[in-house]
Design a protein around this ligand. Structure first.
Ligand code: FRU
Length: 520
């Protein structure tokens, strides 16, 4: 077996660095996943758009880099995040050309979905064309969509308070339009400029989302901000010391949904445990004012590694979401293998009883092999393995019914020294993902380095679907009403056991189903 943390049925960057998924679209018979990419090192650097395609959301094929930063207006942060739509048979990418203190929106076109040409009118949209409340420094990640014959762009931004600061001055380096090219001496790939500290969080203001409209993709009108005080959200949502990054907007099951990733979100206790969060809001978008009247909101994923999710609508009308399965402000153990950046399973989204429900796309079932099933199992003060239930690329489902146990659940990637725990903690009344003893550790700014907590609806009966892939764990709770995602770094040899355990009492496990997931 190859000694690598490379995952087998999750999209991963081939080499170098990758972050946010971008431009999800079905075009020319394939699903396209672009991603923020720095090909020359395993850290963030001037941004390119990497590209993979798939016919079934499971087997991904590498394609040539789709966007390279080669225009003055992209110096020095590059082609940052964005989205894709189809216009008159062409694929259109919308992305942010980011400079240290100026972020502007650009377009790139393709006939074949592989080769792209930047629009000569770039950058087509910058904040000072809109309204002085929108900071020119933090205005990024356009999500382009059509509605009632118009184009809309939903973007993350920081908004300034009146009187709007006059210091929207832009340093001399932050310029360039149209065909202005980098000269090779402007940028030496072996020694690129890196952003430090707070990433692309460049200026003053509080995070919000903004909506813009156009009829021709070149002339844009500012509609307004989505999040307003009237929505009775906790204060952290109005005074976000970062941008709401990478938004998506869609309708599913008759409900409108906005996804986004609030940067530097200050979570409390066992909620929003990551340094940067991912949220969904259901409600109603007013296309005249931009206001999104919020009905409900929640955390998209309760695990360690989940950020910058994007949603797309497939030709048959499924809404499918993919996220960056990593987190900022952490170390990346795969860097020593020459790569850093993995993506979640593509997840089909629904809204049921007002909340977001996620399931892996059905296509993953085509790769199930070697089934094993057990009707029921009672475990008390012990740790039990089942015949045929072990491995590193697995789908494992079971129903957990705690029966007096203080802690009960499964040990995954279990070896002599390592184990990754997914268990119900009776005292907390919550499900726990514990990677304290998983293997190689990550360092970073986490409040809790080892544990993530997730609410459950009925603590007496919890259905879990776990997807293991070499160094990845995704746990769908109660049919996907909650999900916990995280990467773990066990030993390459051994560390492939699965055990069911109960401590401080008993627990029943029912309807245990296991499949190997084999993608060849
Ligand atoms: C989110 C983000 C985006 C930005 C991109 C740069 O992870 O900060 O807002 O466009 O990364 O790579």
């Amino acid at each position: 077996m190859e000694k690598s943390y490379r995952q087998t049925y999750h999209a991963c960057v081939p080499s170098g660095w990758s972050n946010d998924p971008n431009g999800l679209i079905f075009f020319n018979g394939k699903y396209h996943l672009f991603y923020q990419h720095y090909p020359y090192k395993t850290q963030w650097g001037i941004m390119h758009w990497g590209h993979v395609t798939s016919r079934d959301f499971v087997k991904w094929e590498n394609c040539p880099i789709a966007l390279k930063p080669d225009r003055v207006y992209e110096a020095v942060c590059g082609c940052c995040s964005g989205s894709a739509i189809e216009v008159d048979g062409k694929m259109l990418l919308a992305y942010t050309a980011a400079q240290p203190d100026l972020q502007r929106q650009c377009l790139a076109w393709s006939d074949d979905g592989i080769h792209f040409t930047k629009d000569p009118a770039n950058p087509v949209l910058r904040a000072d064309m809109l309204h002085p409340e929108v900071s020119v420094k933090d205005f990024r990640d356009p999500y382009l969509f059509r509605r009632d014959g118009h184009y809309y762009m939903l973007a993350g931004a920081k908004l300034l308070e009146p009187p709007y600061r006059a210091d929207q001055t832009i340093s001399a380096g932050s310029v360039g339009v149209g065909a202005d090219k980098f000269t090779p001496t402007d940028w030496n790939p072996s020694n690129p400029p890196f952003l430090s500290g707070d990433g692309l969080n460049a200026g003053d203001g509080w995070g919000n989302l903004v909506l813009c409209r156009s009829d021709d993709l070149y002339h844009w009108t500012y509609i307004g901000r989505l999040i307003r005080r009237s929505d009775h959200l906790p204060e952290q949502f109005y005074q976000l010391p970062g941008a709401y990054e990478c938004p998506s907007y869609f309708e599913v099951d008759g409900t409108e949904v906005v996804l986004s990733s609030p940067q530097n979100f200050v979570g409390e206790g066992k909620q929003f445990q990551n340094v940067h969060a991912s949220t969904y809001m259901t409600g109603k978008l007013d296309f005249e004012t931009g206001h999104f009247a919020i009905d409900a909101m929640g955390e998209v994923d309760y695990g360690f590694d989940f950020y910058a999710e994007q949603a797309m609508v497939t030709p048959e009308g499924r809404v499918v979401m993919i996220a960056w399965k990593e987190m900022w402000d952490r170390s990346f153990p795969t860097q020593s293998e020459g790569w850093a950046g993995t993506y979640t399973l593509p997840r089909e989204l629904h809204v049921r009883e007002g909340r977001l429900v996620q399931q892996p796309v059905w296509e993953l079932k085509k790769y199930r092999r070697n089934p094993a099933a057990f009707h029921s199992l009672k475990v008390e003060e012990e740790s039990v393995s089942l015949p045929g239930v072990a491995g590193k690329t697995l789908e494992l489902s079971f129903t957990l019914s705690p029966d007096g146990a203080r802690r009960c659940g499964v040990k995954l990637f279990k070896g002599q020294e390592h184990e990754t725990l997914i268990y119900f903690d009776a005292e907390e009344g919550m499900l726990v993902f514990d990677r304290a003893h998983s293997g190689k550790e990550t360092g970073g700014r986490d409040r809790d380095k080892y544990r993530r907590f997730c609410p459950v609806e009925d603590p007496s009966c919890i259905r879990l679907q776990c997807y293991l892939d070499i160094s990845s764990v995704e746990v769908f709770v109660d049919g996907g009403k909650a999900v916990m995602t995280g990467n773990v770094y066990p030993d390459h040899e051994g560390d492939d056991g699965v055990e069911f355990f109960a401590e401080g009492g008993a627990c029943s496990f029912a309807d245990v189903e296991k499949y190997d997931i084999i993608v060849k």
